[in-house]
Design a protein around this ligand. Structure first.
Ligand SMILES: Cc1cc2nc3c(=O)[nH]c(=O)nc-3n(C[C@H](O)[C@H](O)[C@H](O)COP(=O)(O)OP(=O)(O)OC[C@H]3O[C@@H](n4cnc5c(N)ncnc54)[C@H](O)[C@@H]3O)c2cc1C
Length: 384
């Protein structure tokens, strides 16, 4: 299964140097359970001290840098991926987003780029290609956070912006599909250009399958959408647009399931499809894009001693704090009554979280509410 870049990205890792001198440091100050898999053969590095450690550099983690920065809190961010942007950058960078307030249309990667521009004045430090493994409370407020690359952070506040954890696409149960993965079977579209002039078979009936059918239709030489029934889980507008393309004979819609693949050396020539009328036959294609949803693997988040509800973290909606004082959860990783997994919801959560985080980082400072439009001190921080 392709790992979508989550793990083993040596490029992003800066390991602590191996210590030939002796065993790993342990003891009450540094108990062995804190030592990560990769760190087993390395000493942990010197702690990196920061006001706030953000776990996850998706859109919500990135915007947290801005709101925290306005309140004078410095951030380090850790992400398993080798790039910033979370789902936006990894799963749908070229897809347009239409529901960011005051931005009628922006590509997912464009949004990430704009967020990076917006947080520049606060000089956040990124640690990419690293997975946070442990969080340990050292004091009130002080946390030690360790990564699988052997990094150690000491932070007054921890903000979990881990989305769905480490996400992996679900592999369809098609014999021999592994041989084609990453060559002509793809679970995400990184560059639409890669599909220019190709015959594409898109499999699935949800938002991703429908969105990519609509987006790739003008690029590909031919698109076939295959779904097991004539009932789609995607947004009604996308379903209507897709049906219009079918009626105009611009794409083919086939109802059935892939039972086998034909091709050589990882290059598909056709998918064998069993149709709902029980006929079996090939659908010619150069590339297949199965969208069977994502398996959200919570990963180490489950071991951090936080109260969880169905693999997400319940939070207090006044400040998005978890059951552990000083540890916050924002964006897709949290839950509360009425939660919507939308970027704009995460942005709102960030603003309220920052107000409470300020109390931990600056317990003696009174926080005065200010607008960026009228506060010269906020404008100075932004360099405007
Ligand atoms: C196809 C598609 C289309 C979408 N369209 C829209 C839309 O139009 N509008 C909208 O508002 N939303 C949309 N969404 C949802 C939106 O992308 C998410 O709500 C948003 O990405 C959540 O942001 P986040 O920062 O909370 O999490 P994510 O974007 O999931 O980022 C979380 C990051 O945390 C990292 N991470 C997880 N665990 C660890 C760990 N232990 N250590 C280090 N790093 C870790 C992950 O690698 C990831 O990069 C769409 C989603 C998909 C899949």
């Amino acid at each position: 299964m392709p790992r979508k870049g989550q793990f083993g990205m040596a490029a992003g890792h800066v390991f602590a140097l191996p210590d030939p001198a002796g065993p790993l440091k342990t003891g009450p100050e540094f108990p062995p359970f804190l030592l990560s898999r990769k760190a087993d053969c390395f000493r942990m590095s010197e702690p990196i001290k920061t006001d706030v450690l953000i776990i996850g550099a998706g859109p919500v983690g990135l915007f947290a840098v801005f709101e925290l920065g306005l309140l004078d809190m410095k951030c380090h961010l850790v992400d398993i991926l080798d790039k910033v942007g979370g789902q936006c950058a990894e799963l749908y960078p070229e897809k347009p987003i239409y529901d960011i307030p005051a931005i009628p249309k922006i590509s997912a990667q464009g949004l990430v780029d704009q967020l990076m521009e917006q947080i520049k004045p606060f000089a956040p430090q990124f640690h990419l290609g690293e997975m946070v493994e442990t969080i340990t409370r050292l004091g009130d407020p002080l946390f030690r956070v360790t990564t699988d690359g052997g990094k150690v952070f000491e932070a007054k506040v921890v903000v979990i912006a881990a989305g769905g954890g480490s996400f992996q696409p679900k592999r369809p149960p098609i014999p021999g599909i592994e041989a084609y993965e990453d060559k002509s079977v793809h679970y995400a579209v990184r560059k639409m250009d890669a599909f220019k002039g190709k015959k594409i078979l898109i499999v699935g009936g949800g938002d991703s399958a429908l969105d990519w059918t609509l987006n790739l239709q003008p690029v590909a030489s031919h698109v076939t959408l295959l779904h097991r029934r004539a009932d789609f889980r995607a947004a009604p507008d996308s379903v209507n647009k897709m049906m219009a393309l079918v009626n105009d004979k611009k794409i083919d819609l086939v109802l059935g399931q892939v039972t086998g693949l034909e091709g050589a050396d990882g290059q598909l020539s056709a998918a064998v499809v069993k149709r709902t009328d029980n006929t079996v036959g090939p659908v010619t294609c150069d590339a297949m894009l199965p969208f069977f949803g994502l398996t959200m693997k919570l990963g180490p988040v489950a071991n951090w001693g936080l109260r969880l509800h169905e693999d997400v973290i319940p939070v207090n909606t006044e400040n998005f704090e978890t059951s552990e004082p000083g540890i916050f959860a924002i964006g897709d990783i949290n839950t509360y009554p009425g939660k919507l997994k939308l970027i704009l919801s995460g942005f709102h959560e960030v603003a309220l979280m920052s107000q409470k985080a300020h109390r931990y980082v600056y317990p003696d400072k009174k926080l005065t509410f200010q607008y960026t439009t009228s506060s010269s001190s906020l404008q100075k921080k932004l360099g405007v």
